[in-house]
Design a protein around this ligand. Structure first.
Ligand code: DGJ
Length: 764
């Protein structure tokens, strides 16, 4: 896996190779891509046989044109640097290779980080004049084709240095002929895929708000122009961190490209007294298209990021009371909802915001986690017992990092909130952030969470975070330039403590929806609330975007009410369910207010999901090429399930072909569509084309017909070999287009969808 070779190192994973060269004590980046066989490095070195105008010559190279493994300021490399140190000798820094070590297990104290790596390479560099030592860490995850990198920086001198920038990973490429994929958005609008061609210039994908953010997720993908979901080369970079991150992509005029990734240097200057560790950046490469890249990341997250007793465990189906009641509930209402949930087969009840202090809206009580006796006179323990008696597990919502000015905690410790002295307080959702750089605040949170989780039979916690950091300042810091990194260190200390004490609790990360969907959170929380937006159409893009870097087992989806509370859009219950299935399913609506028919449908859905839960949560996930009209997701384990999701209907299009990857070539599969019942109402006046008597649309008879006459959607069934499903695909029955309607026509309305179950012919 890690092969030291004369003047370099070869790092191999199952399908990739990464090569580092050493020339005149400088580290060069020689190759990253498909696996190759190499036993000497001569052929990979840039030759520099002729001068190039005004290029600086340093160390017998023209740094401006060299592919380096790391870079600093000065020495004639004018691209964005990986490191920038402010020192007594200015900014120039010359790090020379000293020695290496190969370990079977990481020996650093980095938190958080991945685990169970196959091997670790440590390369030690030194700037003699400054006495700055840098150790580059490379962790190899052979099976999932992931290499992760981070850096330890040590001040061996008695001088005080400042780190202005310390990224974790640099990748220099010969070519900038790439497209850049980023996952951007806002609240209720997270992780929409954006594709931009890389042209000469500098691009930044970052966050500056203290969280990894819903504006720009830390995942960045670079793909060749012709790479699609199934074929072609692509590279991914992500970071195990939940705070401000930054990826810089610089394309030079001579079509070179440098990609730097790490913690953001925004408003950040670190005092380098002793040792500083950067965060872990996780790289992968695939020449099997974007699905190949995503599958590498999915395997990596399930195997090397998610830990504890919930690793590979099937997640329960929850009912969450938020959109069912918002702040307006009492014990009776909650138990009624829990009873309905039990009836349909749901497994866990989540009590969301509003159960503590005097919180009847979002203006008060954050920080005071003692129960609101007006709503729940007998307390949380009693409620949990009642819920347990119904046969459901109990879970609870908290927002520990926040404080309301209208709270006992604020009265006792006004200086515990993040605010700049003598400046106005700036609010978001009427709240302030607690100063987690302060160890007393960390201790307070550890203790109060401990008390809460010990106070009742709590099996699940939803950890929310509803505002970003704006006016960063802490009285506990000497150097305010360390605020952002110290906040995250404090937060991780709290996470570590809580996780260690409650290993059986399932944690769901949440940040006003998906404002912190990242690998740092996933080191502690096994799943994340994807978005506050549960609208079918929006979710198609949000879930698709999220799936590029994160596996379905971490993507929490709820079926909610219509009109949807974020968009007022109406979509079929079946579609809301079909889409929510590709991840961790839950419900978030007033089940008790639904018709018997809808409740019955939900009961069937829950059963259906339970039977296929492992495939949905842990199957190999594929996105098919998307078009303006349809999105297709696929989850493959032993058997498989495809979801065909329609956006808007456009009549008279080419028939749909359903291709299914990832199956065994020589095995026969039965492909069957789900059974959906259509309400005759959708046909409007067209019903009179088949009705023996003329119906008045909207009249009593029409209403009765719609109520009792159920039209079964065409059910499709095929038996096909795995290789045929992958390469040829199934031509599905035609979709309704006005003319020629008959029993074989698939009627799929706007926002309609179908699931196709693919089972081995002899399996049950
Ligand atoms: C934001 C979350 O994303 C919602 O699901 C809900 O928990 C609210 N906060 C509660 O305040």
């Amino acid at each position: 896996m890690i092969k030291p070779i004369e003047n370099g190192f070869i790092l191999n994973t199952k399908k990739t190779t990464y090569i580092i060269g050493i020339k005149n004590d400088w580290l060069l980046h020689l190759y990253y891509g498909a696996k190759i066989q190499v036993d000497n490095l001569d052929f990979l070195y840039q030759k520099f046989d002729n001068g190039r105008g005004n290029a600086v010559i340093a160390n017998n190279m023209m740094p401006q044109y060299v592919n380096f493994e790391i870079s600093t300021v000065g020495l004639g490399d004018y691209r964005e640097p990986m490191f920038a140190f402010d020192t007594c000798l200015g900014y120039t820094c010359n790090l020379k290779y000293q020695d290496f070590e190969i370990l079977n297990k990481d020996d650093s104290l980095l938190i958080p980080q991945s685990y169970n790596e196959n091997q670790v390479l440590k390369l030690r560099l030194l700037d003699e004049a400054l006495k700055i030592e840098v150790i580059l860490y490379y962790k190899i995850f052979y099976e999932c084709d992931v290499i992760s990198k981070y850096v330890q920086i040590k001040n061996l001198s008695t001088n005080q240095y400042i780190i202005d920038r310390a990224m974790s990973s640099q990748l220099d490429f010969d070519s900038s002929e790439f497209e850049m994929l980023t996952f951007e958005g806002a609240w209720a609008n997270e992780r929409h895929l954006k594709v931009k061609p890389v042209e000469s210039g500098i691009y930044i994908n970052d966050s500056k708000c203290g969280a990894s953010s819903n504006n720009r997720n830390p995942l960045v993908i670079l793909k060749r122009h012709n790479t699609n979901q199934h074929n072609g080369e692509c590279y991914g970079s992500n970071i195990v961190y939940s705070g401000n991150h930054k990826t810089i992509i610089e394309a030079t005029t001579d079509k070179r490209m440098r990609v730097l990734a790490g913690v953001s240097d925004y408003a950040t200057r670190i005092t380098l007294d002793d040792v500083y560790l950067t965060k872990e950046v996780v790289l992968t490469y695939s020449n099997e298209g974007l699905n190949g890249l995503s599958q590498n990341y999915h395997q990596f997250v399930n195997e090397h990021i998610i830990r504890g007793n919930w690793k590979y465990k099937e997640r329960p189906i929850v009912i969450n009371n938020w959109e069912a009641t918002y702040f307006n509930f009492d014990e009776g209402k909650l138990l009624k909802l829990a009873r309905c949930a039990k009836q349909v087969g749901i497994e866990l009840f989540v009590l969301d915001d509003g159960w503590f202090g005097h919180r009847d809206n979002d203006t008060s009580s954050l920080g005071d986690y003692s129960v609101n006796r007006k709503k729940l006179p007998k307390g949380i323990k009693h409620l949990a017992e009642k819920i347990n008696d119904l046969g459901l597990d109990f879970g609870i919502w908290v927002e520990p990092e926040m404080i309301s000015v209208d709270s006992d905690l604020y009265k006792a410790h006004p200086d515990w909130s993040v605010a700049v002295p003598n400046r106005e307080l700036n609010f978001s959702r009427n709240q302030l952030v607690l100063d987690l750089t302060n160890p007393n605040v960390q201790d307070y949170l550890i203790e109060s969470l401990n008390d809460l989780l010990n106070s009742a039979n709590i099996k699940y916690v939803k950890w929310d975070y509803n505002r970003n950091i704006s006016d960063m300042y802490s009285k506990t810091l000497i150097n305010q330039g360390e605020f952002f990194v110290k906040y995250m260190d404090g937060l991780y200390r709290v996470f570590e403590n809580v996780n260690r004490k409650f290993p059986d609790v399932l944690f769901e990360g949440c940040a006003g929806g998906g404002n912190r969907f990242d690998l740092g959170i996933l080191c502690y929380f096994q799943q994340i609330w994807t978005s506050d937006d549960t609208d079918y159409l929006e979710r198609l893009s949000i879930q698709s975007g999220t799936s590029y870097g994160y596996p379905p087992s971490t993507i929490s989806n709820h079926v909610s009410d219509v009109p949807n509370h974020q968009t007022l859009r109406i979509s079929p219950l079946a579609s809301r369910f079909n889409l929510a299935c590709f991840g961790v399913l839950g419900y978030e609506l007033d089940l008790c207010a639904l018709s018997k028919r809808d409740l019955f449908e939900i009961q069937k859905q829950v059963l259906q999901y339970k039977q296929a839960r492992r495939v949905f949560q842990y199957g190999k996930f594929y996105r098919q090429e998307e078009d303006a009209q349809k999105v297709i997701f696929l989850s493959v384990l032993d058997n498989a399930i495809a979801g065909v999701f329609q956006k808007l209907v456009h009549p008279n299009q080419q028939e749909d072909t359903l291709k299914i990857n990832g199956l065994e070539d020589n095995v026969k599969y039965k492909v069957e569509s789900d059974t959906q019942v259509l309400n005759a109402k959708i046909f409007g006046g067209l019903i009179n084309m088949i009705s023996p008597i003329k119906l008045k649309i909207g009249g009593t008879v029409h209403k009765l017909v719609c109520k009792y006459y159920k039209l079964k959607q065409t059910q499709e069934s095929y038996i096909v070999y795995g290789d045929a499903l992958k390469n040829a695909g199934i031509k599905l029955h035609g979709q309704f287009l006005g003319t020629g309607f008959n029993n074989n026509v698939r009627v799929i309305v706007d926002f309609g969808s179908n699931l196709y179950y693919i089972r081995k012919v002899n399996s049950k």
